[in-house]
Write a protein that binds this ligand. Structure first.
Ligand SMILES: NC(=O)c1ccc[n+]([C@@H]2O[C@H](COP(=O)([O-])OP(=O)(O)OC[C@H]3O[C@@H](n4cnc5c(N)ncnc54)[C@H](OP(=O)(O)O)[C@@H]3O)[C@@H](O)[C@H]2O)c1
Length: 321
């Protein structure tokens, strides 16, 4: 079948490991379903996979794509939940020490067909297109859990999102605004800050700029490049929710500031199946559509990956099929 895959890990030149080609048709074990993929979205995680981060060398070749939407054999339209638990695991899927994401052990969604455990598909809401639904399983689910499950922020409080144009960042802006937060955003260019304002940010700032006031919570996916600003931007007792570190680990944790101001730093990863169901319901109730900056056929995957690596994005990048 057609597939976009990583044929090997390449830490220095990840795009050289990207292949748009053919992989064997998948088998469907008991308890699994085959989904004909209609759309899938790109995530930074796919670049990490090409680099060999978070995946064992013996798992290559690996079809890329952590999330997507498509059609089951019986014609029902579905959204994928990409957190795959170990057999018998009950409770919060993200806390299973043996859980994996699609593309870590099971093959991903940039293909004609993806095969997943039955419990990893949810009905696609009629109000979302396949492309919109394909944004939900990773970036949007991560943003939902960060804000509504982990942060403890209340409507009326101020949240700062580090980064303006990313998949997680744009989702945070859109759901934060809809939930009644005061949404502040940092972005690296005027164009990216304009995008954040168009999605509902109340105010935007250059990366690292001094803010008019301290904030209740900061939402971090950038890491080293923004960490110092994050720690300086919080009110006493404020919270950082971190789900990524695109620019690497910070040089200094700023522990003095952490204990003296009684700051809290909380990690967050993906979300549960129930949270994905609630996210889909929330989008419908709030009338939100995810910001898709680029939509390309899967055959143009290399162009899409290059833009992601270069930071040339405006929200989610979706590959259609
Ligand atoms: N834990 C999880 O479950 C989970 C789930 C999803 C994503 N993640 C992680 O979260 C991170 C973001 O993912 P994504 O899919 O949203 O990526 P993305 O769409 O490529 O977005 C990258 C974001 O990072 C910002 N950024 C990158 N380098 C920066 C720098 N040097 N200085 C300031 N800002 C910088 C960009 O800000 P500008 O808009 O200003 O360019 C942009 O908002 C990745 O590390 C990813 O692995 C984790």
């Amino acid at each position: 079948m057609f597939a976009v895959y990583a044929d090997r890990p390449d830490a220095d030149d990840p795009l050289s490991a990207l292949v748009v080609g053919e992989r064997p048709d998948p088998e469907v074990p008991d308890g699994f379903v085959a989904v004909t993929v209609r759309a899938a979205s790109l995530n930074m995680h796919d670049v990490f996979t090409l680099r060999g981060v978070g995946i064992k060398p013996d798992q290559f070749p690996m079809i890329l794509g952590c999330d997507g939407a498509g059609v089951l054999e019986d014609g029902s339209e579905v959204v994928l939940h990409s957190v795959v638990t170990s057999p018998g695991w009950l409770g919060d899927e993200t806390l299973d020490p043996k859980r994996t994401l699609l593309t870590e052990r099971l093959q991903g969604t940039f293909a004609d067909t993806v095969v997943v455990p039955e419990r990893n598909v949810l009905p696609k809401p009629a109000g979302l297109s396949f492309s919109e639904a394909a944004c939900m399983g990773t970036a949007w689910l991560t943003a939902y859990r960060m804000l509504f499950v982990k942060s403890g922020l209340r409507p009326g409080q101020t949240m700062l999102v580090q980064g303006a144009s990313g998949g997680v960042a744009t989702a945070l802006v859109q759901i934060g605004r809809a939930a009644g937060m005061r949404v502040w955003v940092t972005g690296r260019t005027e164009e990216k800050r304009d995008l954040a304002r168009s999605l509902g940010a109340h105010e935007t700032f250059e990366s690292g700029a001094r803010l008019p006031d301290r904030v209740d919570g900061v939402f971090e996916t950038v890491g080293k490049a923004t960490w110092s600003h994050t720690m300086k931007s919080l009110k006493p007792g404020g919270i950082v929710v971190c789900s990524g570190a695109t620019s690497g680990d910070p040089d200094a944790a700023q522990l003095q500031r952490l204990f003296f101001l009684q700051l809290r730093v909380v990690g967050s990863t993906m979300g549960t199946r129930d949270e994905l169901r609630d996210l889909l319901e929330f989008l419908d109730l709030a009338g939100i559509k995810p910001q898709i900056g680029t939509e390309l056929p899967m055959t143009d995957a290399e162009q899409a990956f290059r833009a992601l690596v270069d930071g040339d994005t405006a929200g989610k990048t979706v590959l259609t099929h």
